[in-house]
Design a binder for this molecule. Structure first.
Ligand code: DGY
Length: 320
């Protein structure tokens, strides 16, 4: 059996595969392969360890009938057409837990960066605009005792809430498909409907899985229902928000600020108008970019591949 890894991953994952006698074919270039090149190599392999956002849609599955398993190098699995995988009984695995800490750290970092306008203030120095001390200029807001609204209380949302509670004594409200009673107790969190989440959050942070149903859920109508002092944080997927509507909301003081680690499309172009706003902080999808998280992801993905080779259930399977 052969496995293709379309971008090099940390050594921990490669070693694990090799210990099991699996010698992967790794994309030798740093470049993203064209769709044709990618599909051609997948056709020659039994399993795929997929890094990045290749669209694994119905057409992909039709063109790669020999694939026996797919291990994603991500917790999100929105790039895969799961019904297409299911109909062919192809297991798809992800990398949960190992990146929850790192990703929630970035949500927390963005929240503070927006609250204190840190990216904008850094740019002032670069632009020779430090100026003299001005008691009325460049003021941020403090987060102590404010309300954090979590959209999607999974592992990452839970860790974000824990940090905000410990650091700033924030009140936690959340909206989720189902209630999480253990988490509610641990965080002293309140389950609310979506409208209440919009209306009561001082900081609203998205931590849900992206699905087509929540495409651009955050748009002019929903931003209009948020507090004018509120901060919008998205470290999940760029498709959760409508970028033009976010720009309008930020420039018309409908909401106070936004912090994004994800955009739509990615990469974002350097002339994107959001980048010029004083109340918007944007990072290039670095949520899981720590040595610890990426090593953990490599190990999870390798374990999922090994399960395919050993004809066992993937330990982190999303579709079985
Ligand atoms: C994830 O793991 O889903 C991250 O967003 C990287 O794609």
């Amino acid at each position: 059996m052969n496995v293709f890894i379309n971008k090099n991953i940390p050594e921990a994952g490669i070693k694990l595969l090799q210990e099991k006698g699996i010698n992967p074919t790794i994309n030798p270039t740093e470049n993203v392969l064209s769709r044709e090149e990618f599909i051609k190599i997948c056709q020659e392999n039994d399993a795929l360890l997929n890094v990045g956002t290749n669209n694994l849609d119905e057409d992909f599955f039709q063109q790669c009938p020999n694939l026996k398993g797919i291990a994603l190098f991500s917790v999100g699995f929105d790039s895969v057409n799961i019904p297409s995988a299911n109909s062919r009984k192809i297991p798809v695995g992800n990398t949960p837990d190992v990146l929850s800490r790192a990703t929630s750290d970035v949500a927390f970092l963005l929240m503070q960066s927006v609250a204190r306008k840190s990216f904008f203030n850094h740019k002032r120095i670069l632009n020779d605009d430090w100026g003299s001390f001005n008691p009325l200029a460049n003021l941020g807001q403090e987060l102590y005792g404010k309300t954090l609204g979590i959209f999607g209380l999974g592992r990452i949302g839970f860790e974000m809430a824990q940090k905000c509670k410990a650091a700033f004594g924030m009140n936690i409200i959340y909206h989720n498909r189902s209630r999480k009673e253990d988490a509610e107790k641990e965080l002293d969190a309140k389950f609310v409907d979506f409208e209440t989440l919009l209306a009561e959050s001082d900081v609203l942070s998205i931590h849900a899985n992206y699905t087509a149903e929540n495409n651009e859920l955050f748009n002019k109508n929903t931003f209009a229902k948020m507090k004018s002092n509120s901060i919008f944080i998205n470290t999940a997927r760029g498709k959760f928000h409508n970028e033009n509507h976010l720009f309008e909301a930020l420039t018309n003081n409908i909401i106070w600020g936004a912090g994004l680690d994800v955009t739509n499309p990615e990469p974002m172009k350097s002339d994107n108008p959001l980048l010029s706003l004083p109340n918007c902080c944007i990072l290039p999808h670095i949520g899981s970019a720590t040595y610890e998280a990426r090593n953990g992801m490599a190990v999870c993905a390798a374990q999922n591949i090994i399960a395919v080779f050993e004809n066992k259930k993937m330990p982190y399977c999303v579709n079985e």
